[in-house]
Ligand binder design. Structure first.
Ligand SMILES: C[S@@+](CC[C@H](N)C(=O)[O-])C[C@H]1O[C@@H](n2cnc3c(N)ncnc32)[C@H](O)[C@@H]1O
Length: 381
């Protein structure tokens, strides 16, 4: 049996990096601080332990050698919603706990123990937090440690029907196999905001930069309605008064979209988000609906407005409900066999914090496994 390279899963949450890398990498070590997430992880990786606790309490000696380290570190201080206190704020600052370990592993066994490849995943807000300085610090830190570094902005919607754009920073130390690097950016994965951030890197760091080459996936073949339950539990439905209230929060364009759906007797569903808009100088709570076959970005349910809602229309009736955790799991690209936490809110929390599984798989097959010299990996042609 061919042996697979090992990987380390930091900030492991519900283990979606592990699911995406299955068959390409074996997970040699996982860590997360949240007991509920660790339970979710264990339920999906029977026989494999996850080290539960603060990453700052781990020592390099606790971590086994591996080819790859994956770190989806907390995003709260980098996203607009979190106030953007940045890479040195308590939550997103956990990155430095991770980096301490990588540095420490580099000292052990003459550097042989440190992972050759590192993946950092976070929100697109990392591109601009603190005017781009957080990203510069992060890339410079890895470049100074001898890694070549590149990043891609990948929207999960390329693979599954959820609009979820995330930044993937991939660093590699050592020889780069042929075919994995391009001499110029790609419009799909390196949009203008990323190119501008790269252009602003200090000269020294710029020398370590690489434009990773990733093939474009085939056209997505599922849309939102194909993943929804037609007969959810009766308790999932909100009251007619709630539905009416939500409709009252819609601007005329969005109301018209619902009216058009209602005119068709067939079952249909649109995804709704509530957000604050400034109109005529006033902050107004708006509900916005989309019928483009996509859900909006799933978030961790911190309050009522962060839930992905659905307006369902059929035979002249309008009904309102939130996306169910199982539907959210499908939107994250997880298989039906993925074991969800029993409490719906916990399950939605695990999903909202997760990394899109098909994106991880695509990166694994086309970049990470080839970088690890793994057999059967598809290198970009
Ligand atoms: C963005 S989520 C990553 C989720 C994971 N990639 C997945 O697919 O489920 C960040 C995770 O970091 C964990 N975390 C936050 N601070 C931590 C710390 N100081 N030490 C260890 N884990 C931490 C959180 O509990 C959360 O599960």
């Amino acid at each position: 049996m061919a042996t697979r390279p090992d990987f380390l899963e930091f900030f492991a949450g519900g283990g979606m990096a592990r699911v995406g890398l299955a068959g390409m990498f074996d997970c040699a070590f996982a860590n997360d601080i949240d007991p509920m997430k660790c339970d979710a992880y264990r339920a999906n990786a029977p026989g494999h332990e996850i080290a539960q606790g603060d990453i700052w309490n781990l020592r390099p000696a606790d971590i086994p050698a591996a080819s790859l380290a994956w770190a989806s570190f907390p995003c709260q201080d980098l996203s607009l919603a979190g106030g953007r206190r940045g890479l040195n704020a308590p939550r997103s600052g956990a990155f430095w706990g991770f980096w301490n370990l990588i540095e420490g592993m580099g000292i052990e066994k003459k550097g042989e123990k440190a992972p050759k490849t590192i993946v950092i995943e976070n929100v697109a807000g990392l591109l601009s937090s603190h005017g781009g300085r957080d990203l510069q610090t992060l890339i410079t830190t890895m470049a100074d440690a001898g890694y070549r570094v590149g990043a891609m902005l990948i929207d999960a919607a390329l693979f599954s029907p959820q609009s979820r754009q995330r930044l993937f920073i991939i660093a590699h130390k050592g020889k780069l196999p042929p075919g994995l690097v391009s001499d110029q950016p790609d419009d799909t994965f390196h949009p203008p905001a990323l190119r501008a951030a790269v252009a602003a890197l200090p000269d020294q760091t710029h020398m370590a930069w690489v434009w990773w080459r990733l093939p474009h996936p085939p056209r997505r073949n599922a849309d939102l309605v194909s993943l929804l339950d037609r007969n959810p539990p009766e308790s999932a439905w909100r009251s007619d008064a709630d539905a009416k209230h939500l409709l009252s929060q819609m601007a005329p364009l969005h109301r018209q979209r619902v009216e058009a759906a209602l005119a068709n007797p067939n079952w249909n569903a649109g995804a709704v988000y509530r957000r604050i808009r400034i109109e005529n100088g006033k902050r107004i709570q708006r509900a916005e609906i989309r019928y483009d076959g996509l859900a909006g970005c799933l978030r961790t349910p911190a309050g009522g407005s962060s839930k992905q809602l659905l307006i369902v229309t059929e035979n002249g009736r309008i009904r309102l409900r939130a996306v169910l955790a199982r539907e959210a799991a499908r939107l994250m690209g997880l298989p039906e066999t993925y074991v969800l936490p029993k409490a719906e809110t916990n399950a939605l929390k695990v999903m909202g914090d997760g990394v899109s599984v098909p994106v991880v798989r695509w990166l694994g097959e086309n970049l990470l496994a080839p970088l690890a010299g793994a057999k059967g990996a598809k290198a970009a042609a």
